[in-house]
Unconditional design. Structure first.
Length: 417
């Protein structure tokens, strides 16, 4: 008996987004008896995990075709082509093309190329179907893909290609459709979101897109921005932060470190004081603003003193939701050739960063007790505030609704209403 394809997604929210698009393309092409693995390449550990998962999926699906795609397939096609478990390797651009999936239809078994990976740097547009929102109660809309920067630790530009933007009108039309379908919150997402618009006529900025969405979709209750590069925040975005209550007071910042020398060696575009200044200014404009941040522990050449600067940045910027990444060398990046920090030191530093983050979360949650928050319900007994704090309810609530909840307590991880 034929069965629909199984999808396994590794890595970021954008990968999950693209998996939804691939499901539609595969279904339209009539693909059957296949396992599609959408890989991540952000660290060497991510690639190792992809290989491990592929071997497991082959054991669990001995008769299915294994199709490997995603960033790791784009950057290391030969690695996956060499695996006996893998039938096809598909690049990041090709995975979004209907023609690719038509080639996996049952009547073309044996005729499709084993490796379908072209030069990602030659891709100049973001496919329109990529902006179909997904999510059960919160819709994610991809408005940008790729990255023009070359941070020394990052392989992602070679998996995603150069930056390219979805035009404003297309984004607005999609969000209107999502609101008509009942979504109360939309999240703008991309690889390097603050570079949105640089490749479009008149080179608009992210703030222009945000203000246009809020003006042209007046029925959208909540708009949220995913990870941004704070040094690229434009004046229109800062004005929106100050004046648009429907723009949620939560920003996830790509900071990576809090020491100037490490930031230079990472080839970042900001310094420590820039990060602090941005956080102070955004909070001045919007006092309830909260921040998440990506921070790398144990970047090559990082001394104890340099690490302490990163640790202090958590309090100096008032960061709350931390994503801590223990550094691991990524073959093909300049940082992999730099003097490495010993593994035990990296592990210890990552633990200290996480502990500091946990203290910040607890302090933020404690400050919410006794207040009333507007919560988007994501399940019968769970939702999120404007600042993205998780809320637990003591009774069932209607899902996908915005409700006003009084915060009674917290347990260190979630608010209790």
């Amino acid at each position: 008996m034929q069965s629909p394809p199984v999808f396994a997604t590794l890595g970021c929210r954008l990968n999950a987004y693209e998996t939804e698009a691939m499901k539609e393309l595969a279904a339209a092409a009539g693909v059957e008896n296949a396992v599609v693995v959408n890989t991540c390449a952000v660290t060497a550990e991510a690639v190792r995990k992809a290989r491990q998962d592929i071997r497991r999926l082959r054991r669990e699906n001995p008769q299915a075709r294994i199709i490997v795609t995603g960033c790791a397939a784009q950057t290391e096609p030969e690695t996956f082509a060499a695996m006996d478990e893998v039938d096809h390797v598909v690049g990041n651009s090709e995975k979004m093309q209907a023609e690719t999936w038509k080639g996996f239809a049952p009547d073309l078994i044996g005729e499709t190329e084993r490796v379908i990976v072209d030069d990602i740097m030659s891709v100049t547009e973001t496919a329109g179907h990529l902006i179909d929102g997904f999510g059960r109660h919160r819709a994610y809309v991809q408005v940008q893909n790729g990255c023009d920067h070359r941070c020394t630790f990052c392989i992602i530009p070679y998996g995603r290609g150069n930056s390219r933007s979805v035009p404003t009108g297309v984004v607005v039309d999609q969000i209107k459709r999502l609101v008509d379908r009942g979504f109360n919150e939309v999240v703008l997402t991309g690889v390097d979101l603050t570079s949105w618009g640089a490749d479009l006529p008149a080179t608009p900025r992210l703030g222009d897109l945000v203000r246009r969405i809020l003006r042209l979709v007046p029925d959208l209750p909540r708009l949220r921005i995913s990870s941004i590069d704070s040094i690229e925040a434009d004046p229109a975005l800062m004005e929106a932060i100050a004046t648009e209550p429907r723009l949620m007071p939560h920003l996830h910042l790509s900071l990576q470190a809090g020491d100037d020398m490490i930031l230079k060696r990472m080839k970042r575009r900001h310094l420590r004081d820039d990060a602090i200044r941005f956080c102070e200014e955004a909070r001045r404009l919007r006092p309830e603003m909260t921040y998440g941040a990506d921070i790398i522990a144990g970047f090559p050449t990082e001394t104890d003193e340099m690490f302490e600067n990163s640790l202090r940045l958590i309090e100096e910027c008032g960061l709350t939701w931390l994503h801590v990444f223990p550094y691991s060398p990524r073959p093909g990046t300049p940082a992999a050739r730099m003097p490495q920090v010993r593994g035990p030191a990296i592990k210890e530093r990552a633990a200290r960063l996480r502990a500091a983050g946990e203290r910040q979360v607890a302090a933020h949650l404690a400050g919410q007790v006794g207040t009333e928050r507007t919560v988007l319900t994501e399940g019968p007994r769970m939702g999120r505030t404007e600042q993205f704090a998780e809320v637990r309810f003591d009774r069932d609530m209607p899902e996908g609704r915005l409700i006003t909840a009084r915060i009674a307590a917290h347990d260190g991880l979630s608010l209790i209403a």
